[in-house]
Ligand binder design. Sequence first.
Ligand SMILES: Cc1ncc(COP(=O)(O)O)c(C=O)c1O
Length: 397
Amino acid sequence: MSTRNIVLRPVVTQEMKDAAVRVLESGHYIRTTPDEVSEGKSLEQEFGAFVARSDRGRPHVANVANGTAAMQLAWLICDIQPGDEIIVPANTFSSVAHCVTLVGAKPVFADVEPDIYNIDPKSVEAVLTPRTRGIMPVHTAGHAADMDPIMAIAKKHDLVVVEDACQCIGGRYKGEPVGTFGGVGTYSFVQNKSLTCGGEGGALASFDEAKMRRAFNLANHGRGAQFHAGNRSEHPTFEVIHDEAGFNYRQSEILSAIARVQLRSLPQWIRIRKQRADLYRMLIADADLPVSTFLPRPWADHSYVRFEMRVPQHRDPLMRHLQANGIKAQIHYPTPLHLDEPYKSKYGYRAGMLPAAEQLAKEILTLPLYPQLTEDDCEYVVGHMKTFFAQLARTVS
Ligand SMILES: Cc1ncc(COP(=O)(O)O)c(C=O)c1O
């Protein structure tokens, strides 16, 4: 078998190139007011339609620089204060905890469900304290977190829920798009997600229009309504430019234009991802390999930003074998966040406190999954998994 290169590659179409060049030539690279004719404004409307609910319609959307900016802004617009505690899952991307920290609050880690890798509602209940103000369920790798019990806990204890849907654009819970269950949903368009712009991008969504306007303003240096109104005249003068101190978390118009084109292809790309995930699962089951794959829960419509499996033994040598054969297998995530600096020593976490997340970190392995992955590629990947375990069996006997 000749070596292939099975690694995530961008989909680049002529339409995307044309969109980027059109904005480049226009000279309008930055959107500074919410309602100006712009790629960012159009993306907000189109993304809102993409995540619209059957019962409530389109949420309001704020287009920002990346998913991390979206999450930090989400906590700010929910008025999370220093000293507040926010419950987050332990096995996730670092910025989930960092964003809580950067608004002065304390991330409190909860354990995860061993099959879907998402925050375990029972563990959320176990780590509640009188200082708990919010919960961030993360919809991991395209599979929704179990939102009903999480929302029930939030209601009972009057907590804010900000959903991290960065890895789950196009994913659904009980038929409705993730990111629309809590107060705010956050999304990433970074290059390894299902919508990739030209490398970086993000959004927040909420049915609270005032919150989304505040997120937009905070992402634009904190400039407010007077600036937006005055900026339309030729010689603007302002009494109040800034409503509050803000950031520059804007997304470039060039990237927003590319995202708009990609959004139209996204349902088709997710369909291919699902087919390839089903094939991986079938090939692995047919080969009777000593790894565990899981079916999505009946209430989840999986968008498969990654294909994850558990490898109880020999995970790292298997990964190295796959990589040596051109297959970019990866570990998401090698260290659960409660055992990583800056959280372990600061908050006194120890190994053994969140057993499911810790075991997952030792076993999880991610196979490449992207729209151009062919059925042949899937067979190549599983073929190399078979070779690895066959060689292992020979070495042991
Ligand atoms: C679960 C999760 N949350 C948040 C982020 C942050 O998104 P970004 O890289 O766009 O800042 C990522 C992305 O990498 C992620 O996987």
